[in-house]
Write a protein that binds this ligand. Sequence first.
Ligand code: ZN
Length: 367
Amino acid sequence: MNSFNKGRGLFNLTKLDCSFDIRNNKFFKLIVPTVFLCLLIYGSWAFIHKLCINQLYHRSGKRATGIALIVTHGCLLVVDFYIWFLIVSYGPGIQPRVPTFELIDDHNEETNERVIRPPHIYECNVQGYPIWCPYCGSVKIFRSHHSRSTHACVPKFDHYCSWLGSVIGQDNYKMFLQFLIYATITFGIMWISTIICYLKYFQQRNHDGNLVTIVILAGLGFFFTTGLLGSHIYYIISNNLRSIDVMGMKTQVMRNKVVFISIWDEELRKRFIIEITREQYYHFWDIGSPYENLKDAFGYNMLTWVIPNIYCNRHESVLQDEHPEILESILGQYNVIVNKQSIEMMKDKVRRGEYVCIMDAYGDNDK
Ligand SMILES: [Zn+2]
């Protein structure tokens, strides 16, 4: 149920928050990563012990091949577990608390509630008031979604990964993609090498059930991670979207939902409330080229795209004290930029008179 709080000038939004109820069950959250971990351990044991040592090293005399596969698989497994550890320990990131925008002059009211200047552009309701997260007591910024798992609004929320047991957001998205890359390589090597060996030594009547299990599990893992990685890369390249955006695009109910944007027009010196389609909204994040979009997801140094981070304690680079009244300063690295094409598209709407209303925001008087 949406409710409008006139006293604070805020728009509470609870219905759109991620509602993965089953995933909020603590038992469910633990059991899937545990099963996944057990399968990885079992698959690795079967691959190393049954295939590399028993079959290749002892029976077939392919000692070099056996050792090479053990070393390669061992290294990949260490990297897989290390990135998994990074994903969970870094976490998805937490959106800093954003106070109410100064839309009305409430200096006469007896309130100590902090307010900040309204930014040039923000998502709002039809009356122009920003979207409010009642759980965090904060304005929700672009691309931020409240996660019941972390009990916080997560910047650039992607999804809750049941397999790894972690929410994926801005801080660990690159690590998640790296995990998919290394897991794809790990499963691919296991799958292909087991199939080759099984076919090659099939005549020896060595029908080990563990080898068949590796073929099935590694095959499933390989196709699952390849498909997931491929779709993530495709969505990044095409529009710099995240999973939650894509899910929103796929459901008819969400596609039909319009989005209201409050935008300050510097030339006209006025603030307009504009209605846009959800499809137009999802073009906000496209930086302009596939390469630039990839840099947004993987980082600006191409060398680090596939090299896992060296673990260090995360430091907050949020500049809370520099300009505490400006949204960009509060958000720091979590600030989201809308592309110029979308800004121009909305300004064109204003010029054509296609806006919902003009908003006389008190905080805009300082601009
Ligand atoms: Zn929240």
